[in-house]
Design a binder for this molecule. Structure first.
Ligand SMILES: [Zn+2]
Length: 224
């Protein structure tokens, strides 16, 4: 198994997408995005690399031939020749791995997707399709916006009450802890959840929608 979270470096895109932008939908030159995806695939040394058309929903798709580009926010597979990628610029890229059943998954968890439990649904789909046990599942949460930078309006509090940090009358959301607790609720072991402490908004190594608005997307990617 191999997985990684890319940074914004090592690609061919020009400002404001410099340089390893992996998303077509953000206004970058498609030829550059294509080249960047090829560079990533070469680095992974894998024959298929699957991306999603992400819509901040909770749909999970089973990847069966490695040529799909589904509209969804989570994917799972047991194919050994196929890497799964999730694009982000502040949302949490969540990667899933079960060593016993040799199965992987990815989920795109922003504020909306988290409220819809997209991460839990991805884990549960792995159980349904591959027979994995929650107690054996490993989860990797990549660089994403942390409470230090994630100020939200009062209208965004509902459902996240326990995960709000109040400072100077402003609310800051700890979306990572919300997702960790959601995974523990369904039986994932806390020691099997790794959380990157890197904040995409505060760290210029990553693309950040909150910081830059017009910008690229980095990815979390995993393969067997
Ligand atoms: Zn921050």
């Amino acid at each position: 198994m191999q997985y990684r979270f890319t940074t914004r470096f090592g690609g061919v895109s020009q400002a404001p997408y410099e340089s390893l932008n992996l998303a077509f939908h953000v206004g970058d030159n498609p030829e550059c995005v294509k080249k960047n995806r090829e560079l990533l695939q070469e680095e992974l040394g894998i024959s298929k690399l699957v991306f999603m058309e992400q819509v901040h929903g909770d749909k999970v798709v089973l990847i069966q031939n490695g040529h799909e580009e589904p509209t969804c926010d989570a994917m799972i597979t047991q194919r050994s020749d196929t890497a799964l990628a999730v694009m982000v610029a502040d949302c949490i890229p969540i990667l899933f791995y079960d060593a016993v059943h040799q199965a992987i998954g990815v989920a795109h968890a922003g504020r909306v997707g988290s409220l819809l439990h997209v991460g839990q649904k991805c884990a549960l789909a792995m159980r349904e399709h591959f027979g994995i046990k929650m107690s054996e599942l490993r989860i990797f949460m990549g660089p994403s916006i942390h409470a230090c930078c994630y100020e939200v309006g009062k209208e965004a509090i509902a459902g996240f009450e326990k995960y709000m940090h109040l400072q100077d009358d402003k609310y800051f959301l700890d979306l990572q802890s919300y997702n960790v607790d959601a995974f523990i609720t369904i039986g994932v072991k806390p020691e099997h959840i790794e959380i990157s402490q890197e904040c995409s908004c505060g760290d210029e190594n990553y693309f950040s929608y909150r910081r830059d608005k017009v910008t690229g997307r980095f990815v979390g990617v995993i393969a067997l």
